[in-house]
Write a protein that binds this ligand. Structure first.
Ligand code: PBG
Length: 359
């Protein structure tokens, strides 16, 4: 205890009355509950578990391939055998679910491998379900990684003769795209996927997939809709990882404007109406208010948040410089996303975080 009367503190001479602190009315002292680690743990409102995490995997053709992604240290494009290794690792860490993205052997305007029975995601799904049957395999359903133009849907292109003359050339066509998404989702279902996760932000996407699944006897298969997905700069590293950058233009005619939250509620309401089983907000960090609003408005549905590639890359870059501490920063970020209202967090940090939570 510092001796307040010690001259070494160089306290200026003051009126002695100043030393008589009157705190009789201070019955609330929040610091009482922060005094020891055990007390702090007892009153902790938000608890992270490995069970909260979904771990994304980028699956590529080949064998024993681990092709690192420069902008996402610790993340790699994996061949199916290596993806199985990662799924096994997840299971050991208590992570229940992986989310698959595919890198096709060839790209074309439609993205034919996307719905091929022996497509890369279909192969990976079978292999993971074989090796780790309890692993919940979620498959991303979109076109951008499979199309040569890198867009999330079929485009208004023709040989000088636009199929939709009233729309711009290169516009992502909605209803035509839904037909392809139906095929993709069904091929994932036949491969054994546990959850279908459409990420393309097409109108009517959930209704269309629900119907397609139902009439093929997959009425038991849940849809995790990327209900609220913003046209975000934070997807940059992912587009390297999944080789899915648009070759021209951007995604602003279908992904949402970052400025909008009322529109997010409208998107979510439509997906609920169309039969979505989970809702998702993406990205997470610049959209914590959106997560909170969805949590309140659609409290009956499980809510996922996607802690996206750019958010991951920023933490990795700053911690590599020694500017922040990776472990505590990651756990703080994930706790914040959960506190905002997410039940599930899709995150590239999942394995590290699960390991840290075990310590
Ligand atoms: C598109 C898709 C994207 C991401 C997931 N699915 C990229 C995009 O919309 O351009 C981004 C995920 C991330 O950044 O981690 N199918």
């Amino acid at each position: 205890m510092a001796d307040l009367s010690s001259p070494s503190l160089h306290l200026p001479a003051v009126d002695p009355a100043v030393n008589e602190v009157q705190l009789t009315s201070l019955s609330s002292r929040p610091r009482r509950l922060r005094r020891t680690p055990a007390l702090r743990a007892m009153v902790r409102e938000t608890q992270l578990h490995a069970n909260d995490f979904i771990y994304p995997l980028f699956v590529a053709h080949g064998q024993q391939v681990r092709h690192p992604i420069g902008s996402m240290p610790g993340v790699a494009q994996l061949s199916v055998d290596e993806a199985v290794v990662e799924a096994e690792r997840c299971a050991e860490l208590g992570i229940r679910s992986v989310l698959l993205f595919g890198l096709p052997a060839h790209k074309d305007p439609v993205g034919l491998e996307n719905f091929a029975d022996d497509g890369i995601v279909q192969q990976a799904t079978r292999a993971i379900k074989d090796a780790v049957p309890e692993m919940v395999v979620v498959t991303d359903v979109c076109l951008c990684e499979y199309t040569d133009h890198g867009h999330c849907g079929l485009l208004n292109f023709g040989n000088g003769n636009l199929p939709h003359p009233n729309l711009d050339e290169g516009y992502v066509l909605n209803d035509e795209t839904l037909v392809v998404l139906n095929k993709v989702a069904l091929s994932h279902a036949y491969a054994g996927a546990d959850i279908i996760a459409p990420s393309g932000m097409m109108d009517g996407m959930v209704a269309s997939l629900r119907h397609a699944l139902d009439i093929h006897d997959f009425s038991h298969l849940p849809i995790m809709s990327y209900a609220v997905k913003y046209a975000s700069s934070f997807y940059g590293p992912f587009r390297e990882a999944a080789d899915g950058a648009p070759k021209f233009g951007d995604r602003k005619t279908h992904q949402m404007d970052p400025a909008n939250v009322r529109e997010a509620l409208r998107e979510a309401a439509l997906d609920v109406q169309e039969g979505a089983d989970f809702l998702m907000v993406k990205p997470a960090l610049a959209y914590l208010d959106v997560i909170q609003r969805l949590r309140q408005q659609f409290s009956e549905l499980p809510l996922a948040a996607y802690n996206v590639s750019g958010e991951y890359a920023m933490v990795k870059a700053a911690s590599a410089q020694g500017w922040i501490d990776e472990r505590s920063t990651v756990l703080e970020i994930l706790t914040g996303i959960k506190r905002a209202g997410a039940d599930l967090i899709i995150t590239y940090h999942a394995q590290d975080a699960a390991r840290w939570l075990q310590d």
